[in-house]
Design a protein around this ligand. Structure first.
Ligand code: C2G
Length: 129
């Protein structure tokens, strides 16, 4: 049973996120999503979410590739999450390329190409036009 984890805010869920989650699941048998809490987004990631944590959690739990959603409350928890959840592989989009290589002593770290043409920022800008 290969266990995969990924981290993110996943606000205004879109097909770029789904592409990431689908490929992450293809790397194992069980996919955990550590979802950034509202507090973490506001105070540390400088992100204002449209949907609350609970709403974003419900959306992610309805995705066939996702087996478990846990809260991401800070940048540092990865080092405890990986042994705690017996993680074999951590997956992130390549906008994070290299940023989590220090975790390679704990698990495989894989960066996957982002879906270029879509982003929450673009959605908001296009809707604003
Ligand atoms: N993503 C993607 N393609 C997009 C947009 C996002 O592949 N067009 C990926 C990102 O690379 C990330 C995941 O989808 O791996 C979630 O995206 P965000 O919610 O923007 O994640 P981020 O805010 O970067 O949070 O501790 C890590 C952070 O919590 C990552």
């Amino acid at each position: 049973m290969k266990r995969v984890i990924t981290y993110g805010t996943f606000d205004l869920l879109h097909y770029g996120h789904i592409n990431l989650l689908r490929r992450a699941k293809q790397l194992g048998d069980y996919l955990i999503v550590a979802l950034s809490t509202d507090d973490f987004n506001t105070n540390k990631k400088d992100k204002i979410c449209y949907f609350t944590y609970e709403e974003r959690k419900k959306l992610l739990e309805s995705i066939r590739y996702v087996d478990l959603v846990i809260p991401e409350e800070n940048w540092e928890q990865k080092r405890t999450d990986i042994p705690l959840y017996h993680i074999d592989t951590m997956v992130m989009g390549d906008d994070w390329e290299g940023k989590f290589d220090d975790l390679r002593d704990l698990c495989e770290v894989v960066y996957l190409p982002r879906t270029k043409e879509i982003s929450t920022t673009k959605i908001k800008e296009d809707l604003h036009k």
